[in-house]
Every structure is written in structure tokens, then in C-alpha cells.
Design a protein around this ligand. Structure first.
Ligand SMILES: C[S@@+](CC[C@H](N)C(=O)[O-])C[C@H]1O[C@@H](n2cnc3c(N)ncnc32)[C@H](O)[C@@H]1O
Length: 306
């Protein structure tokens, strides 16, 4: 049956996907009862969290005093750790304001030292475009913290990029024979490592773009995380859905996603993005102005059909 009208997800409601079992809740990540309601008795092997970065971005994202921001963060962190499986991965997208002593990144990392998870890596997604200036280095980084609860699965194959290895000349004697790097390597391609240089940030010319979602994360980055840290049909979670990138990539990668956003607008966008993809095969709305002044600016027909 074709859906022609999108439901409005008011605070407290959950949309359950009859096809693949995803769940989208209009809920509060800092509220334990809301998180339990979203999870419906399930646990997750992988959480990909992208909270607001404590910046004055627009009328929705405001800067809080750092102590307040950290105690707010602690609540969603505790709620997340509680619904993770015994062995699980927790990825957190976050930023540090260079003009403000790298808050909240630094404060967040310190707070996390007291939690029952371990920092396993610190990944930087190297953007292709940045804030240019003649008086400073260009800012081109997006940070991604990788924490583990105990000893989760890690699929190293997910790490390989399609960038060919070009640097030769590391010689080593193996079995009495002098070998060169390429002869010894497992793959002709480089590993992504913890600086990802092969992922285009989302901008208006890309199909996956959702106009008005300023903090949208690239599907390719989420695909890499999902491939590295979950198996087919594992439920994954994202408590800050926004444009619904984690949910959409979960659909594409054959995982279930349990996601929420406190804002009914972004819950609707998240649901619309999934259904639009199922209807059209498109991953976003490209240049169409979906959101203006933090309100949805188009009707359901456009959201569903493009
Ligand atoms: C940085 S954005 C997430 C971007 C997302 N990863 C994407 O790719 O589009 C943060 C989102 O968190 C939501 N949010 C803020 N406070 C929240 C809370 N307490 N519970 C759930 N969602 C919240 C905001 O409405 C916003 O959509």
C-alpha cells in the first residue's frame, strides 16, 4: 500500500516500520523512560550518536554553560550505555570550538573517562571544503569518537578505501627474500585509518543533501561504521536523528535502526527520507528546499515523491 500522507510524530509517539522493523520516536534522549520505550526490550550492538555540539547555530541549537552541557550529555550517555549489549560499540560525532578552548569536545572526553566504556579511537573525517582564511590554517575536520563496551566485534574489511596505495619502497626481508611493500600487502588499497579523506561532506549538489539540515552526516561515513561494527539484522541506535542519515544507511545496509529526535519536524524528515528512498531510490532531495527557517517548507507529496 502506498503511503501518500505522512503522520505527524508528536512528542511521546513512535512510528513502527511494518516492512523492516525500524522505529522512529519523537522522544528525549536524556529521558530514561523514553529510551526504554524506544528500545522495546531490545539491546543494541552499535550506537551512532550525534548530539548538538553546544554552539549557537540557529534558534534550535544554543550554547549552554559547559557544566550544564556536560551534565545533559551524561544523561544520554548513561541511557545509551544501558541499552548496549555486553560487547558493543559507541560512536559519537562531536566538535571542539577552537575559539573556546575546544569545548565541548575536551570536556566530553574527560567526562567519558568515568563511564564503563573505553576510548578505542579518535577519528577525523577530513572535509574537502572548509572555512577559508588567509590568517590561519583552514578548518577541515569533523571529529568522531569511538568507544567500546567490553570487547565488540570489528570487521577490518570495512576499513579498506578504494584509494590505491601509491607509496612504494618499504623493503623487508621475508624468508630470505627482499620484498617491497606491495608484495607484502593484503590489499592494493589503503586503509581508512583514523583520518578519513575519501568521504565527501554533504552539500547542495549531492543527491543525499537535505536542505536545512546543517549537521547532516555523509551516508558513506555511516556505512563504514555500520560495516565495521555490526552484522546484518543487528539493531543499531541513533538518538539524534535530524536528517535521518543513520536510519537510511541502516535500511541500505540491511540493519534495523531504532532512532529518535526530540523535534517533531526532524522526526517527520527522518521518516519521509526513508519512505522517499523506498519510493524513488533517491537518498535525499538534492537542491529542493525541504526546510526553511526550521519549518518544513514543502507538502507530503514532494517529501514522498521528490
Ligand atoms: C547534530 S544533529 C544530528 C545530525 C544527524 N546525525 C544527521 O546526519 O542529520 C542533532 C539533533 O539532535 C536533536 N536533539 C537535541 N536534543 C535532543 C534530545 N534531548 N533528544 C533527542 N534529540 C535531540 C536535534 O533536534 C537535532 O535534530
Amino acid at each position: 500500500m502506498k503511503i501518500t500522507k505522512l503522520p505527524t510524530l508528536k512528542y511521546g509517539t513512535i512510528w513502527e516500520d511494518p516492512i523492516k522493523g525500524h522505529r522512529i520516536g519523537c522522544l528525549d534522549a536524556t529521558n530514561k523512560k523514553d529510551v526504554i520505550k524506544l528500545m522495546n526490550g531490545r539491546k543494541s550492538v552499535l550506537a551512532i550518536q550525534d548530539p548538538p555540539y553546544n554552539l549557537n547555530l540557529n534558534k534550535e541549537f544554543k550554547e549552554l554553560p559547559i557544566k550544564e552541557y556536560i551534565s545533559w550529555s551524561e544523561k544520554w550517555v548513561d541511557n545509551t550505555i544501558e541499552i548496549l549489549e555486553e560487547n558493543a560499540s559507541l560512536y559519537v560525532w562531536l566538535g571542539g570550538d577552537i575559539k573556546n578552548g575546544l569545548q565541548p569536545l575536551v570536556d566530553f572526553v574527560l567526562m567519558m573517562r568515568n563511564k564503563p566504556v573505553k576510548l578505542k579511537n579518535f577519528i577525523t573525517l577530513r572535509k574537502q571544503r572548509g572555512y577559508g582564511t588567509q590568517k590561519n590554517w583552514m578548518s577541515v575536520r569533523q571529529e568522531l569518537l569511538y568507544y567500546v563496551k567490553n570487547n565488540p566485534f570489528f570487521n577490518v574489511k570495512a576499513e579498506y578505501t578504494n584509494i590505491p596505495k601509491i607509496l612504494r619502497g618499504y623493503y623487508k626481508t621475508v624468508g630470505g627474500k627482499l620484498t617491497e611493500t606491495m608484495e607484502r600487502s593484503k590489499s592494493p588499497y589503503i586503509r581508512a585509518g583514523n583520518v578519513w579523506v575519501d568521504i565527501q561532506q554533504v552539500f547542495y549538489l549531492l543527491e543525499e543533501h537535505v536542505e536545512g539540515c546543517y549537521t547532516q552526516k555523509p551516508l558513506k561515513a555511516i556505512a563504514r561504521i555500520i560495516d565495521a561494527s555490526s552484522n546484518k539484522n543487528d539493531p543499531i541506535v541513533d538518538f539524534f536523528a535530524h536528517s535521518g542519515s543513520t536510519l537510511l544507511q541502516a535500511e541500505i545496509s540491511n540493519r534495523k535502526c531504532y532512532t529518535m529526535d526530540i523535534s517533531p519536524i526532524y522526526c517527520k524528515i527522518t521518516l519521509a527520507r526513508l519512505l522517499h528512498y523506498r519510493n524513488t531510490g533517491k537518498t535525499g532531495w538534492g537542491r529542493i528546499k525541504i526546510i526553511k527557517n526550521e519549518e518544513i517548507a514543502v507538502n507530503d507529496e514532494v517529501l514522498l515523491r521528490g
